[in-house]
Ligand binder design. Structure first.
Ligand SMILES: Cc1cc2nc3c(=O)[nH]c(=O)nc-3n(C[C@H](O)[C@H](O)[C@H](O)COP(=O)(O)OP(=O)(O)OC[C@H]3O[C@@H](n4cnc5c(N)ncnc54)[C@H](O)[C@@H]3O)c2cc1C
Length: 460
């Protein structure tokens, strides 16, 4: 029996604590699936006051906690470590206000991303953060991991969509900074302490999010190019030619594209031949005909200039869905590639070709059966690499190869999914000793007892 759990049982409503045989395995591990561990109990606060009470008590007892949103994280951050109490935000759900004049939505942190997208759309707005886990991931988790996804090239990551937020820090203090204004330079921008810091500095409880006008017209095309330089030329032509309308530029090397169209049932490439790289391009605007014509004009020029080898523009919603299924096919091929490691790294764009050549060489030197499938949000400097040699024993070597090479090129070992527990030992490839020391000082200042998501992000 744990003293903190027993005290909290008396302070919170009876249904707020789940432990013993009633614990669901859902709370033992995040989507990474690595190192599952039962928490000592799961606390399910009903409101912000409950969270403050929980943290005050945990501070008194020096009880470590792990914060859990939708548990779709891929870095092990929401997976309990031995002896931790899990705080689940699954009851902190709801859209509190949609302010049409300001173009903002104020929501509780446990609200699923998709619920926010739907509420915004019903009110004639767009909430542009979008990712595959939209139905399960929460706004608090999106903020804690500074989530990215498919439309970053146009709208930025979660950080640029948060105008204000509220958080409970380790001693139980509620810091409310629910700003709605685009401009606010009155002192430190405290919300930044909690965005992308993966619950190590505070528990996000509410957020005021930035909405955009709904954009009804989407034009989607698959573009084939001969090499990396041509792809970047195409990117620049699109940025100049369709300007702010460019909302996706998703590159798929043939290692990925070919595998997906060959192995996923019901998928077909719109091209009869294979190309070195295909790029899924999307334009979003308010005038379907004009937007379509502008995109086609840019593609026709690129074709005439020899930058583009071929292009297929979606003529129907079904065509569009088919193209996106190829890009999202990673979810369907992951089980076929096991044992497999999924890397999510950022690199200066000019370094990408040599980075890819280096990791390919090194992986093949390790094992002749090494296979690297490459795709990603190239316009955001972000590459995904699915790597397998067919043997789990090669995982540590593959991690060293990919993260070490990322470091050599001045890249980031965590482009989108955060550091959590699974990447903290590689943080030094992307952050200097001084940067890591300052992270430690910030952690010590906000959580001097080290009870809030301990052992995440910052190396031991
Ligand atoms: C199919 C699939 C596709 C994905 N695609 C993308 C993608 O395109 N881009 C991308 O960025 N990510 C992607 N992800 C990863 C994941 O969905 C995101 O990291 C998401 O933001 C996590 O939200 P969550 O609510 O599930 O957080 P959890 O997994 O519950 O937690 C993640 C981290 O945030 C902390 N945390 C959670 N809630 C709070 C809170 N309220 N306050 C403080 N800390 C908190 C946790 O302690 C943990 O450290 C994908 C995942 C899956 C499974």
């Amino acid at each position: 029996m744990n003293a903190t759990v027993e005290t909290l049982r008396n302070k919170l409503s009876a249904d707020s604590i789940v432990d013993g045989g009633s614990l669901s395995e859902r709370h033992f591990v995040d989507w990474s699936g690595e190192h599952p561990c039962a928490p000592i109990a799961v606390v399910r606060p009903r409101n912000i006051a409950d969270i403050s009470i929980i943290m005050q008590q945990c501070s008194r007892d020096r009880q470590p906690v792990v914060v859990q949103g939708g548990l779709t994280g891929l870095s092990g951050g929401a997976t309990p470590r031995p002896g931790e109490l899990a705080i689940s935000l699954d009851r902190l759900v709801g859209i509190e206000e949609l302010d049409a004049a300001a173009g903002t939505a104020t929501v509780l942190a446990g609200t699923p991303l998709q619920a926010v997208q739907t509420a915004a759309s019903e009110a004639g707005f767009l909430f542009p953060l979008d990712l595959g886990a939209r139905g399960s991931c929460t706004i608090g988790g999106n903020i804690a991991t500074n989530a990215g996804g498919n439309q970053v090239i146009r709208f930025g990551m979660m950080r640029s969509l948060v105008l204000g937020l509220e958080a409970v820090i380790a001693d139980g203090t509620v810091v409310s900074s629910l700003n709605k204004m685009l401009k606010n330079n009155a002192g430190y921008d405290l919300k930044q302490l909690f965005i992308g810091t993966e619950g190590t500095l505070g528990i996000v409880t509410r957020a005021t999010l930035r909405l955009y006008p709904l954009l009804p017209a989407k034009t989607t095309a698959l573009c084939a190019v001969a090499d990396f330089d041509a792809m970047i030329d195409l990117l620049h032509r699109l940025q100049a030619g369709i300007g702010g309308n460019l909302s996706a530029f998703e590159a798929m090397w043939d290692s990925y594209f070919g595998y997906v169209v060959e192995h996923v049932a019901g998928l077909r490439s719109p091209f009869d031949v294979r190309f070195p790289i295909c790029v899924l391009v999307e334009s979003e605007g308010s005038d379907a005909r004009a937007d379509h014509d502008r995109l086609e004009a840019v593609l026709a020029d690129a074709l005439a200039a020899g930058v583009l080898l071929d292009a297929a523009v979606a003529r129907s919603e079904q065509d569009r869905e088919n193209l996106w299924r190829i890009r999202d096919g990673i979810a369907e091929i992951t089980p076929m590639l096991q044992p497999m490691l999924a890397f999510d790294v950022s690199l200066p764009i000019a370094s990408m070709p040599s980075f890819l050549a280096q990791i390919d060489r090194a992986a093949r030197a390790r094992s002749e059966s090494a296979r690297l499938l490459v795709f990603g949000h190239v316009g955001d400097s972000n590459l995904h690499v699915a790597a397998t040699t067919g043997r789990e024993q090669d995982f540590p070597a593959l991690r060293d190869i990919v993260y070490g090479t990322t470091g050599e090129h001045g890249g980031s070992v965590a482009a989108e999914h955060g550091v959590g527990t699974l990447r903290k030992q590689y943080l030094h490839y992307s952050r200097s000793a001084e940067e890591i020391a300052l992270m430690r000082r910030l952690k010590g200042a906000l959580d001097p007892l080290g009870i809030l998501n301990p052992g995440r992000v910052i190396p031991d």
